[in-house]
Design a protein around this ligand. Structure first.
Ligand code: AMP
Ligand code: TRP
Length: 328
């Protein structure tokens, strides 16, 4: 089976944008690939944070990933800082990464511009990401568009290491490629930007039906529909129609389209149908999360199994790397 690796930062509660844009795809991929999904806490500490909160969020992220359907029997779900080989390989890779490559990373420049003092860890963030991926000799990385430049750098690092330390014509590290998630950019509840934790326009993956309704009910729709009898255009309704496309069956999406254009349904009717579709998808996720919250040992067991699978592979890679590099 070909191998994939992906990572997610434990930097906030998982929202339905993350779920639809990334995690749902991982759940499908675990069937076809030997899969490693890593909660990257060493990456998270490159931004200001509180230790207790990090611990809680790491745990929450694990619960949400498992509740979403990542199955510890099929894939490895684990926490990065429990596999010390990640930081070991990152140090090694720092010695073969040109400084200029790091300084021109767009993500670095954007984050650095927001900090009063820029720490070295922020600059070296993509080196750790390359180590994450290459430690497992993964050649395919399911991520969003924003990670493409980081993966380019991972390929540079793989090539640099191979050319210095692998025998001619026998590269050791594969050059990892992004496996782009079919772009389903979920709009935030404000309809102004993409759904994002930092914008406060999210619906949390584990929110209850009532909580979701409290957010859906006032959500913006086509501004042309002032009264219930005004005909609308679903293309001018990115939030509610966008969520219908993500959650409702194709037949329902068609029905929504027709009834919006003919003013057959008012926006509240349409939102009620949406709530039903969302509950159909999310109720089982909430139920699994509930079970995991009541039996925390299930989460521990999943993370322990994940770390064991990860370390078995990571150990082999590091041994090989140390040997080729003349490290004792
Ligand atoms: P982030 O925490 O923003 O880095 O996102 C983690 C993952 O969720 C990435 O793979 C993103 O591409 C995906 N993602 C985040 N927000 C959205 C959104 N509004 N719509 C679709 N995918 C998203
Ligand atoms: N940088 C990624 C993000 O912000 C997270 C990440 C860390 C990652 N290591 C990774 C993603 C390795 C893919 C592969 O989303």
């Amino acid at each position: 089976m070909p191998r994939i690796f992906s990572g997610i930062q434990p930097s906030g509660e998982l929202h339905i944008g993350n779920y639809l844009g990334a995690v749902q795809n991982w759940v499908a991929l675990q069937e076809q690939y030997e899969s490693f999904f890593c909660i990257v806490d060493y990456h998270a500490i490159t931004a200001p944070y509180a230790p207790d909160e990090l611990r809680r969020r790491t745990r929450e992220m694990a619960t949400s990933l498992l509740a979403s359907g990542l199955d510890p029997a099929k894939c490895a779900v684990f926490v990065q800082s429990r596999v010390p080989e990640h930081t070991e390989l990152a140090w090694i890779f720092n010695t073969i990464t040109p400084l200029g490559e790091l300084e021109r990373q767009v993500a670095f420049k954007e984050k650095a511009a927001r900090q009063a003092q820029v720490m070295a860890g922020l600059l070296n963030y993509p080196v750790l990401q390359a180590a994450d991926i290459l430690l497992y000799l993964a050649d395919s990385v399911p991520v969003g568009e924003d990670q493409v430049q980081h993966l380019e750098l991972s390929r540079v690092i793989a090539r640099n290491w191979n050319s210095r330390f692998a025998p001619e014509g026998e590269p050791y590290f594969p050059e990892p490629h992004p496996k782009l998630t079919p772009t389903r950019r979920i709009a935030g509840l404000d309809g102004q930007a993409k759904m994002s934790k930092s914008l406060g326009n999210t619906i949390g993956l584990l929110e209850s039906s009532d909580e979701i309704w409290a957010k859906l009910r006032p959500a913006v729709t086509d501004p042309a529909r002032v009264r219930k009898t005004d005909a609308g255009n679903p293309d001018n309704c990115p939030v509610v129609f966008g969520l219908h496309k993500a959650f409702s069956p194709a037949a329902t999406v068609t029905e929504v389209d027709t009834n919006c254009r003919s003013a057959g349904w008012g926006c509240v009717d349409c939102k009620k149908v949406l709530l039903e579709s969302m509950n159909a998808e999310l109720a089982p996720v909430r139920a699994r999360a509930q079970v995991l919250a009541e039996q925390p040992s299930l989460v521990d067991a999943a993370l322990d199994a994940g770390v064991e699978k990860a370390r078995a592979v990571a150990h082999g890679t590091i041994e090989h790397v140390r040997d080729r590099m003349g490290l004792a």
